[in-house]
Design a protein around this ligand. Sequence first.
Ligand SMILES: Cc1cc2nc3c(=O)[nH]c(=O)nc-3n(C[C@H](O)[C@H](O)[C@H](O)COP(=O)(O)OP(=O)(O)OC[C@H]3O[C@@H](n4cnc5c(N)ncnc54)[C@H](O)[C@@H]3O)c2cc1C
Length: 216
Amino acid sequence: MNKSLHQLLAVEELTPETFVLHFERNGFQFKPGQYAVLRNPETGEAREYSIYSSDRDERLSFLIRKVEFGDFSRYLRHLLPGSTLQIEGPRGFFVLDEQVLAGQPTLLIATGTGISPFHSFVQSYPELNYQLLHGVHFPDEAYGRQSYAPERYQLCTSRQEGSDYFGRVTYYLKEHPVEEDTICYLCGNSEMIEEATNILEGYGLSPENIRTEVFF
Ligand SMILES: Cc1cc2nc3c(=O)[nH]c(=O)nc-3n(C[C@H](O)[C@H](O)[C@H](O)COP(=O)(O)OP(=O)(O)OC[C@H]3O[C@@H](n4cnc5c(N)ncnc54)[C@H](O)[C@@H]3O)c2cc1C
């Protein structure tokens, strides 16, 4: 497991609350879908973040939302290029298996920054046979939408119209049945994951074909 200091190369602002931190990679090896622990080398405080970049990228990148009253995400928001952070990992088992890589239909369901591991999947495996459902509050939170083929990406907004679907991803799932042989990856908050899992099981998907990563 890697545990080393990485210099921040650039901060890319996506919305007032959301940004991508691009670090030098320094040979950090990972499988798309895994996460790393980012640690403040001065205080020792740390949090987990999914890796946003592809396994071929020269940089190691993370998509982060500044959480209101959140200690660590606010600290990350104020980092300037040139600062260094300790990065530990890779960690986690939220990775694609042989069936998915062989072309089995795959449904990716994210809320908010839960789209981060899916960005890494799609950038690392351009041939992936996927559909992506991204749930956010407002239409301008379609982080990195241009990274996905338009016919594979559905934006669901729960608080304002102007997206592909007005309503939560779980409402979308209730209205759009999923084939039993689909492999599903769910990433985001625990409430969405629990509700979406129940809906998918109701469509006859087996539990081993529903893989989850809970952010909070
Ligand atoms: C495996 C894993 C991968 C993760 N990947 C990412 C990622 O790619 N991008 C990312 O932005 N976060 C990710 N997270 C969440 C991240 O680790 C932190 O929890 C988050 O940045 C908040 O930390 P904080 O110190 O700012 O807030 P804290 O001070 O720890 O919490 C403040 C309050 O905010 C709530 N909260 C925590 N996280 C969120 C959130 N994301 N949205 C809304 N409310 C929240 C907490 O419940 C708490 O009430 C991941 C978590 C896990 C476990």
